[in-house]
Design a protein around this ligand. Structure first.
Ligand SMILES: Cc1cc2ncn([C@H]3O[C@H](COP(=O)(O)O)[C@@H](O)[C@H]3O)c2cc1C
Ligand SMILES: O=C(O)c1cccnc1
Length: 355
């Protein structure tokens, strides 16, 4: 493991148990029946533990990182879409017309698109909808049906790029990170990562992605099963990522590790983020304390990933777009949970006729 990755992993601490206990006590004293704000209460405990203080600061500057990459496994016919769409969508993100632009605007979040390995001629710059930055490792992974998707060095480079993006956004004032992805074909490596890291059969975790017929689903499932078979039982997180992952998965895993190292909460999007979070968990188990599952997508592997992470999704709306859309939708819920601890009157003051 190289220096940036190992020092980032070393600085990830468990969330602060004392701050969690203080938030639990504070919640118990608010002007409501115990537990009446449900998951908002548990979220506020988590935010307190992440910040190491109660009440936690209310996140005011959410930032979406959309990690983009292309996939050699398209040669197998696992998706009906051509890889050009990855590049085309990155330009749409920059112009502001994509699903994530709309939902990020609704959440007051900035959008940064990171080229991790897009095949097209990606250029850096800022548009009306997003800032594009290049961390290109290579213009697309190798075909994971035939061998490792990337080398171990490339996987580390991509993880470190994700860490750098998280650090830069936090240095620029972001206090709530949101994961996003763009990469035609990326539900195939996502399924493979989930199968490999949870020990679940390929046919349980492989789904229809952007929408494929039964024959293509059978082919995709066999590609996933074959790739997972190559993974040695003692493989570490970087090995698994290199064998069957994608450059955007690596970027997201690094982004999550980078957020945790700086004690900033990170909202995970759909199945791509779920599979990347499993990689991050394998590398640094405490990282999960900093993760919030924004939603559960329609893709079957996402349920398995969230169960293995022990995360309960905030929303379940049958979304299956990716880009960070479901995570951005959940950002106001995360902000609201911190506001409750900060702004709600106590039962004691209400009973005394105050506030
Ligand atoms: C126009 C378009 C916009 C998208 N935005 C996100 N995805 C999502 O779908 C792709 C994964 O599905 P599969 O593995 O089936 O190819 C990824 O690019 C993901 O980000 C899109 C897909 C399309 C076609
Ligand atoms: O779970 C997701 O976010 C997802 C599902 C299908 C295609 N793209 C993304």
């Amino acid at each position: 493991m190289s220096e940036v990755l190992s020092s980032t992993v070393a600085s990830i601490q468990p969330i602060d148990a004392e701050a969690v206990a203080a938030a639990e006590a504070a919640q118990a004293g608010l002007a409501k029946p115990a537990g009446a704000l449900g998951v908002l209460e548990t979220l506020s405990l988590q935010l307190s533990g992440i910040a190491g203080t109660c009440p936690p600061p209310v996140p005011v500057k959410p930032a979406v990182g959309v990690f983009a990459g292309d996939h050699g496994v398209l040669a197998q016919g696992v998706t009906p879409w051509p890889s050009d769409i990855t590049f085309v969508m990155c330009n749409v993100f920059q112009a502001g017309g994509a699903g994530i632009n709309v939902l990020a605007r609704a959440a007051g979040a900035s959008v940064t698109v990171v080229d991790m390995g897009v095949a097209g001629p990606f250029t850096e710059g800022t548009g009306a909808g997003a800032t594009l930055v290049s961390k290109k490792v290579r213009p697309g992974t190798s075909d994971l049906a035939k061998g490792a998707a990337m080398s171990r060095d490339e996987a580390v480079q991509a993880l470190e790029a994700g860490i750098a993006v998280a650090q830069q956004l936090i240095d620029d004032g972001a206090d709530l990170l949101i994961t996003g992805d763009m990469g035609i074909g990326n539900t195939t490596p996502s399924a493979a990562l989930i199968a490999a890291l949870t020990g679940t059969p390929a046919d349980v975790v492989t789904g229809r992605g952007t929408g494929i017929d039964d024959d293509t689903l059978a082919l995709k499932t066999s590609v996933v099963a074959g790739a997972v078979e190559r993974i040695a039982p003692d493989a570490d997180g970087v090995d698994v990522l290199a064998e069957v992952g994608g450059f955007e998965h690596a970027g997201i895993a690094g982004f999550v590790l980078g957020a945790a190292a700086r004690r900033v909460p990170v909202i995970l999007d759909g199945v791509i983020a779920g599979s990347a979070a499993l990689v991050a968990q394998k590398i640094a188990p405490e990282v999960v304390g900093y993760c919030i599952a924004g939603h559960r997508s329609f893709e079957p592997g996402h349920r398995i990933a969230l169960e293995a992470l022990g995360l309960r999704p905030l929303l379940e709306l049958d979304l299956r777009l990716g880009e960070g859309t479901g995570a951005a939708l959940a950002a106001p819920i995360v902000q609201a949970s911190a506001r409750v601890l900060t702004e709600m009157a106590t039962l004691e003051s209400v009973m005394a006729g105050g506030e």
